[in-house]
Design a protein around this ligand. Structure first.
Ligand SMILES: [Mg+2]
Length: 284
């Protein structure tokens, strides 16, 4: 019987073979040479995992169906609220995250993994400037419907100010509405990823009908902790909100669960060592 690692390496090699076939490919953000791609065959478990989850995001019908499901639920909620006569005159807002909530950036994760690297700010900034992220299934239609119903859309993202021009180009080209300075609330100079203050700013003038995100911190500050048990407990606290006020999109590629698991943002080698330790302790 093959060990999990043998299966893992086999899967990674298969993915790399697929990526070299033009008609059956996995998108690689930016430019990666075949030589760099071959280096990827000896990659870390963290990066191999990101390559595999990127393949799932780009190629599986299941990922598309899950995104569509989230946007179907959001659409039902939107139509119910805006057609209810009791809500007449209300100033509704929808708060949404951007990355892995309305667009898929997995091509950049593939680009990084094939170079043997995890997330890097400079590469991320370049990816944002390329404006090549693709829309998630159902996202554009949902936000265009909300726009047509007079609902304000606030894009509360932890992309930085420097990423704004590329992001605007990208979202406009994809057909997202209300892509302008008023509705873009990016991370400010403090570089805090806590979105509480930005949500509060929206609440000063609007009622928030729903929030969309892939990271639980997109919904409430209670999830912005590096403690897996507390995050799990908070899911129970907010159990009734998911699929109602909170619309969650799937993201197996990255998220706040990583620093919660790793106790912060260690170097890639330390992340890999931690992952191997967790696998070993699971086997014992
Ligand atoms: Mg996100």
């Amino acid at each position: 019987m093959k060990s999990p690692w043998t299966l893992f390496v086999t899967s990674t090699s298969l993915l790399l073979s697929l990526s070299l076939l033009p008609s059956c490919s996995i998108s690689v953000g930016q430019r990666t040479t075949i030589e760099q791609a071959h280096q990827g065959q000896y990659m870390s478990p963290t990066l191999g995992g990101k390559l595999f989850t990127s393949a799932w995001m780009q190629r599986s019908a299941e990922y598309k169906a899950l995104c569509q499901q989230a946007y179907n639920i959001a659409t039902e909620r939107l139509l119910a609220a805006t057609s209810d006569p009791r809500n007449k005159g209300k100033k509704w807002a929808i708060v949404t995250d951007i990355d892995e909530t309305i667009v898929d950036n997995s091509a950049n994760s593939v680009h990084q993994a094939l170079k043997g690297k995890d997330y890097e700010q400079a590469s991320w900034d370049h990816w944002c400037d390329l404006s090549e992220a693709v829309a998630l299934s159902g996202a554009v239609e949902f936000f265009r419907l909300a726009d047509s119903l007079g609902v304000s859309i606030y894009y509360i993202s932890n992309r930085d100010e420097v990423n704004k021009p590329g992001t605007k180009r990208n979202l406009i080209a994809l057909g997202f509405p209300q892509v302008d300075e008023e509705h873009f609330m990016f991370r400010d100079a403090s570089r805090s990823s806590d979105k509480t203050a930005r949500r509060s700013a929206v609440l000063r003038s609007h009622e928030i009908l729903m929030l969309l995100g892939d990271n639980l911190g997109d919904f409430d500050h209670i999830f912005d902790v590096r403690d897996e048990e507390k995050r799990d407990e908070s899911v129970k606290v907010f159990a009734k909100e998911f699929g109602r006020r909170f619309i969650v999109l799937p993201n197996p590629n990255y998220g706040a669960w990583e620093p919660a698991m790793n106790g912060g943002y260690p170097k890639l080698e330390e992340k890999d060592a931690k992952l191997r330790t967790l696998l070993r302790s699971h086997r014992e």
